[in-house]
Design a protein around this ligand. Sequence first.
Ligand SMILES: Cc1cc2nc3c(=O)[nH]c(=O)nc-3n(C[C@H](O)[C@H](O)[C@H](O)COP(=O)(O)OP(=O)(O)OC[C@H]3O[C@@H](n4cnc5c(N)ncnc54)[C@H](O)[C@@H]3O)c2cc1C
Ligand SMILES: Cc1cc2nc3c(=O)[nH]c(=O)nc-3n(C[C@H](O)[C@H](O)[C@H](O)COP(=O)(O)O)c2cc1C
Length: 766
Amino acid sequence: MKVTVIGGGPGGLYFSILLKKAMPDCNVAVYERNKADDSFGFGVVFSDETLSEFLSRDPESYDLIRTKFAYWDELDVARDGEVVRISGNGFCGCSRKTLLQLLQQRCREEGVELNFEANVGDLSQFSDSDIIVAADGINSSMRDKFASDFGTNIQLQSNRFVWLGSTRPLDSFTYFFRTTPFGTFVAHSYQYEKGMSTWIFETTDETWHKAGFSTTDEQDTIQKLSEIFKEELDGHGLISNRSHWRQFPTITNKTWHKDNIVLLGDAKATAHYSIGSGTKLAMECAIALADSVIKYQTDTKAVFDNYEKLRRNRVEMIQHAANVSREWFEHMDRHIQHDFMAFAFSVMTRSKKVTLENLALRDPSFTKKVVAGFNQIGTTTSPAFTPFTLREMTVDNRIVMSPMEQYSAQDAVVTDWHLMHYGSRATNGIGLILTEATAISPTGRITLGCPGIWSKDQVIAWKRITEFIHANSTSKIGLQIGHSGRKGAVQLPWQSSNTPIENAWPLLSASPLPFNSKMGIPKEMTLEDMDMITSQFEKATKNAHDAGFDMIELQAHHGFLLASFLSPLTNIRTDEFGGSIKNRLKFPIRVFKAMRGVFPQEKPMSVRISASDWAENGITDNDVLNIAEAFKQAGADIINVSTGLTVENQKPHVGRMWQTPFSDMVRNTVHIPTITAGYIQDIDQINTILLNGRADLVALGKTLLLDPAFVRNAQAYEQYNAQNLDSLGIPKPYTSAVSHLYPYIGGQRKAMEGMKKALKPVTHKK
Ligand SMILES: Cc1cc2nc3c(=O)[nH]c(=O)nc-3n(C[C@H](O)[C@H](O)[C@H](O)COP(=O)(O)OP(=O)(O)OC[C@H]3O[C@@H](n4cnc5c(N)ncnc54)[C@H](O)[C@@H]3O)c2cc1C
Ligand SMILES: Cc1cc2nc3c(=O)[nH]c(=O)nc-3n(C[C@H](O)[C@H](O)[C@H](O)COP(=O)(O)O)c2cc1C
């Protein structure tokens, strides 16, 4: 069998070693355009986990790497002179040049044919090869040649970065942040051998331009960065090696092979350097490709299918985490405003893979300081169980029941179902309930099962619920008030999704655009319609107060009536209510002000918005910030930041805690409290979001539907106020259950933590 490898980087070389070792009769040849001892770049990073994998695959190269690497357990976050050290992060750094030489040595020992200064331009010379591995790096010409077959997508990211070296010794992996009049810079830095460290400097495109950098002038770059990081470099200089400012390309390929050519390493997929080097990814994929060739040999289809099966999910997961981490660095200027400990926590949890609990297992002294900083009074109370005040309403804890339609009202009046539904979450300790969308008029309902707040009967029925909650729990309850707009008059979701009812009522919207082809064309609202709707919202607000609600939330999201004014996809008006975001805001703000005017001053008001339409030409970040600012100026106390559901053809990126970046943007740019929701499932995620400063309150939707006792279980998990059970607000008939629940859940947590500790990768420290 003959295998040709184009590119003698870590991916190509490691693959060749593993293959030749397992199949000595196979002819494996590497073609590398550089000389054997050319190398660009400085150090590479491997985690304990990756090192364990190397040990199991090729102990010889593992031993060689280990003789040369610098190992560290600590990670430092430093900002303008302040530093905090977080331990328990086992990593090693190794020189890229040394790594390549060690791998070349191993190739020679196994009998791999190495060809240097052999630039491959044309594949015809390899027509007798069974497999051609394109391991020719980020700018792979092999991939580019067949880009449409591979389905290549290359996205150049906005931040600028440059790779430099220094003789400055470092005893930990360190993120040095520096604020300048132009914006924030960061250096990702680590020592990789005695007397040598890597420094990757990064900043936003805007700051880079303002600071006057240029792509090609290496001397100017070094001089400017040396000045900014003068203290951090501590008298040591910066060293360049083809060190040009670049923008990171995120590369994906729909398929990783064509005919007998297969992609490996950076040629196939890149992962932003902020969560570990591409070198690790390239070498891990080399292992999977070698395994596949060993197993299926000349059956190339089976080889390539197996390779993708082994690696695609993993690579995509790493790329996703890398993207989330990259985005964090794109918004450094926003995060830098947090207090130092909260900022350091945010650095550590930026990829959303690491949470408060993971960090507490690694370094409890660090997380204790972060939690004490959050609570400001130095207690260790779980952030979720700290109170929060809006005007004169104080909630006991930060966990909110997200608004969720029950589609179970009778003639728009709430029933026993609602009493049970809301009552059970309240008696189970939820901090705040936000009710389902409740309509201002019969034609403002989404379905015939939606409740209203326009009539006396409705007020009386809601009052029964608020009175029950106030009498039997410490929870607060807010009413979400809205009008369905062009999304109204549809069947119940379990009957048919977004399908009109028979005899659907006439719809209203900002513009005459139907939500989908099944639904009616809404009437473009006139000034008279606006007057009518405004007074209906005003009346509904007074009714909400009469019904005993502690707060109200205005529905200006998910494509309903007010949201239809805000998004350019649903508002194509040419009058003063369309066009610029200022104009699109006019009617929603008029409604809000009318409501604020009649709602008691001591009671808070929230507005729920969609911070993205997840569709082309939809609402922009700038629009969202303008919207939040306008509601803040009009007296909103908190913004509930949701996304989407504006148009039917949306493509949301759903995943764990997926809407928190939008809440983060609003909270930390407009400086107004926020609520976030979306795939949040446990108390650890809630605490992590709060400590990160991504939101002030965390709302749970589906999580609470089948688990009304979520908060009680979470309190037991955190052993919250175990010594002071009276403070938990548990209804008297239920208090005796605490003696069972707390030890049981506490024991489960201890067992789980024990398992996690046992599964921690072994240390490879010398
Ligand atoms: C200039 C540079 C500096 C870097 N510095 C660092 C660093 O300091 N630390 C770190 O962790 N990561 C660094 N990286 C990134 C990291 O090296 C990659 O993620 C990792 O090396 C991927 O391994 P690979 O084998 O897929 O590709 P590469 O390491 O890029 O190897 C590809 C090889 O293919 C060769 N090649 C390309 N085209 C041809 C051709 N037509 N014919 C023959 N040979 C060809 C190239 O010369 C290169 O040696 C650097 C990357 C580059 C490009
Ligand atoms: C059955 C159901 C009904 C919903 N009804 C509403 C609603 O009336 N008003 C609203 O703002 N959001 C509504 N939502 C959205 C939720 O409030 C929440 O934002 C969403 O479900 C994401 O959170 P989750 O992943 O925790 O469920 C509803 C969600 C569900 C599942």
